[in-house]
Design a protein around this ligand. Structure first.
Ligand code: NIG
Ligand code: FE
Length: 417
């Protein structure tokens, strides 16, 4: 198979180092090689080093001279709602007039309105729209996304979304990690207890029998699923072998972080309202926080999660987009880096670690992606800048030059493919 030599990057941001999620001061160590390069063979990284050294080993490899640009591992977006139908332009306009997420949901907008559109859409329609979303992610420099179901809310509807993800995986080069989020909202036709029963006794067995998901998630929030109901779903999911994630403490502090610690979850996501005790519980149970500043921004709130306190407590923070039609309509990880630095006072280095290597560990893929180490997948991005900090600094403009997955160029500015 083919070999590729990447040469003359102003910076190769390797993030090489300890083989585990990074905490505290480690989040600021990017292990950058100036005028660096890489040798790639059969889609995997063979060698990383100064260009001069790589050049000596080029052999018959195809050479990509990146001309003084930045080369980084592709972003790993560990929280997205990739597959849905339509948009929520009406919610957006109402929010711009001052209505809240909760008020809009009560008035017939919110998750339920996307559920109705998604139920009505065919598998092919959903696949076509999801392909468009997948291309947006690649164009922003993201090479792996976690993707949640949650807009079907019937057995067939949820399975339909997970099957679309499976097909999408085969048809696009973006790598996709599926999560079952049957407990995203209670459908109008059932009571909360009736629906809980469907999720646990009908959906979970089907999802696992067909191997359609790696993780199970729940929206633990007032008006959605309370602590007790969330605990029941997460415990059932754990029993059938799924790893756990959760939407917790987003709009109210209901003790969701503590629940994720208690259930041995991999991640606790959102955490805008989480207090010191919640942070301590996450640390004790080794749960990774997934912070989603895009949803805080798009909901017009100013209550961002306490990233600094979490870093000081030694948590292996992850940053993600929460791409969805309601609360966070962005696939752009560079936008998230900008928000993390300006609104949550994370440094650009911490933000990069949180959106690559730490994110990879939160998807149980820390041994394969998220940093440049020998034998890891050659999923990388060439950015049209000289210093990695420019990604968080210039906001609102695309800086992606080209994107590689397993050594193949899957997107670039000239082909836009
Ligand atoms: O992560 N909080 C729940 N779920 C999404 C919103 C989904 C939607 O509004 O459609 C979130 O913010
Ligand atoms: Fe979400």
């Amino acid at each position: 198979m083919s070999s590729l030599a990447v040469l003359h990057a102003s910076q190769v941001v390797t993030l090489s180092g300890p083989k585990r999620p990074r905490i505290g001061a480690e989040m600021s160590e990017l292990a950058i090689i100036s005028d660096g390069g890489m040798l790639i063979h059969n889609g995997k990284i063979e060698k990383i080093g100064p260009s001069a050294e790589i050049e000596k080993n080029v052999g018959d490899a195809e050479v990509v001279d990146v001309g003084g640009r930045v080369v980084m591992p592709g972003f790993v977006d560990a929280h997205t709602h990739l597959v849905f139908a339509g948009n929520r332009l009406d919610d957006f306009e109402r929010r711009s007039r001052g209505e809240t997420y909760e008020q809009i949901a009560k008035a017939g907008g919110g998750i339920w309105s996307t559920v109705q559109k998604t139920r009505a859409a065919s598998e092919l329609d959903l696949l076509t729209q999801a392909k468009k979303h997948a291309n947006w992610f690649l164009s922003c420099g993201t090479t792996t996304v976690e993707a949640k179901s949650g807009y079907g809310l019937t057995v067939d509807g949820e399975l339909k979304l997970l099957r679309v993800m499976r097909r999408l995986k085969e048809e696009v080069r973006l790598e996709i990690v599926p999560t079952f989020l049957g407990a995203h909202a209670v459908p109008r036709e059932l009571s909360p207890d009736e629906y809980l029963d469907v999720v646990i006794t009908e959906m979970l067995p089907r999802v696992t029998a067909e191997k359609l998901a790696e993780f199970c998630d729940v929206f633990c929030e007032r008006g959605y699923f309370n602590i007790d109901q969330s605990r029941r779903i997460l415990s059932a999911a754990k029993k059938v072998g799924l790893s756990l994630r959760g939407h917790v403490d987003q709009l109210t502090n209901s003790g969701g972080a503590k629940l994720m610690a208690e259930t041995g979850a991999t991640t606790a996501d959102h955490l805008e309202q989480t207090d010191e005790q919640g942070i301590a519980a996450l640390k004790k149970a080794n749960v990774q926080p997934v912070l989603l500043p895009g949803s805080v921004y798009a909901l017009g709130s100013s209550r961002y999660p306490c990233a600094r306190e979490m870093i000081e407590a030694g948590l292996a923070i992850v940053l993600a987009t929460d791409f969805n039609p309601g609360s966070s309509p962005t696939p752009s990880m560079p936008m998230i880096l900008s928000l993390a630095c300006t609104q949550m006072k994370m440094s650009p280095t911490e933000a990069i670690t949180a959106s690559t290597l730490n994110a990879a560990y939160s998807l149980n893929r820390g041994d394969k992606i998220g940093s440049f180490e020998r034998d890891k997948l050659a999923n990388f991005v060439i950015f049209d800048c000289e210093d990695y900090r420019e990604l968080a600094y210039w906001f609102g403009i695309p800086q992606t030059h080209s994107v590689y997955v397993r050594g193949d160029c899957v997107w670039n500015t000239s082909c836009g493919k």
